[in-house]
Design a protein around this ligand. Structure first.
Ligand code: NAP
Length: 300
């Protein structure tokens, strides 16, 4: 057997730049796959690692970005909002939404960004040629992802935005926050409201930003009467595990255009990569590695 004698792995030296992701749980994150393939393709002396960070350890973990001189990290569930308290500056969407998924370390000064919203906009544009400008949108959910999506759609000049969420108070709170920050009046409906059918019949884009349909609950779908949807409507599901959710299957059955959340995952990651390195990440291999992984992981 040929043993390669390298203390840190092929292409990695003692001066390696370390990036990572903080979350709890963290073992299912696909971000290490995305970023490590980019470092490899670009022959950069860098690695990306998952860090299990509990709520109690969050402030210490953020301080460690400075003391260990990490290049930057991604932030995921459940820390996207809490982490803002420990950063020096919030930029762009992070300022508007109060949520951060990317931290950049510039000589010990920590900048927080949110790339989720732009990730969705890029996915819509590049994968479906869809611009929200002047469009009518139905958004399911009022959690962290829905917040990023809602602000991005308003920024991209959607003409109408209607929120539907299981817990109405959460949707109301989000609508109020959007009104305060942007002046945009979001509409609210419940799944049971008969007006939902009428709205669906005129909507250009349905976005599922709930976790309904996500593995292992993959036999479930949000209760939408898609048979009444505008036939030209695009249905975007943020969920990408499984690659084709029940919602997307139903939408396809009714002749609607569909996209899963892989593109948003990819583009939010590529935008984070650019913030950290200033380098254009290699889209093709990043997309390929995640797509392949997702196609095989649930088929065992
Ligand atoms: P979150 O903050 O926990 O919010 C979960 C949302 O789902 C809430 O609106 C919740 O409604 C709703 N929900 C959960 N179970 C439900 C049920 N049984 N029936 C109806 N509604 C239900 O989570 P998140 O961070 O927003 O993430 C939401 C989904 O988006 C996850 O599947 C996540 O993997 C995905 N995501 C994808 C990307 C991407 O890049 N593609 C990025 C971020 C997130 P209540 O308010 O009533 O609890």
């Amino acid at each position: 057997m040929d043993l390669e004698i390298t203390p840190y792995g092929k292409g990695v030296s003692a001066l390696v730049r370390v990036y990572g992701i903080f979350g709890d749980p963290i073992e299912h994150s696909l971000s290490p796959l995305l970023h490590n393939v980019a470092f490899k393709v670009l022959e950069m002396n860098a690695v990306y690692l998952p860090f299990l960070v509990t709520a109690g350890n969050l402030s210490g973990a953020v301080q460690a970005i400075r003391s260990l001189e990490l290049g930057g990290v991604n932030i995921t569930i459940p820390h996207k909002q809490a982490v803002t308290a420990y950063l020096d500056h919030l930029q762009g969407d992070a300022l508007l939404t109060g949520s951060v998924n990317t931290i950049v370390n510039k000589d010990g000064v920590l900048y927080g960004y949110s790339t989720d919203g732009d990730g969705l906009l890029l996915a819509l544009e590049r994968e479906a040629g869809f611009s929200p400008r002047g469009k009518k949108v139905l958004l399911l959910g009022a959690g962290g992802a829905a917040r990023a999506v809602a602000f991005a759609l308003v920024r991209a000049e959607a003409v109408e935005l209607c929120l539907v969420n299981r817990t109405l108070q959460r949707a109301e709170a989000l609508a109020e926050q959007i009104k305060d920050k942007t002046g945009f009046a979001v509409q609210l409906l419940s799944y049971e409201d008969p007006a939902l059918v009428g709205y669906l019949g005129e909507t250009d884009l349905v976005v599922n930003a709930t976790s309904v349909g996500m593995h292992p609950q993959s036999e479930t779908a949000p209760p939408l009467p898609l048979d009444k949807a505008n036939p030209a409507c695009l249905v975007y599901d943020l969920v990408y595990r499984p690659p084709e959710t029940e919602l997307l299957k139903k939408a396809k059955k009714h002749g609607l255009k569909t996209l899963n959340g892989l593109g948003m995952l990819l583009y939010q990651g590529m935008l984070a990569f650019q913030h950290w390195t200033g380098v254009e990440p290699p889209e093709k291999p990043m997309r390929m590695v995640v797509k392949k992984f997702l196609e095989t992981e649930l088929s065992y």
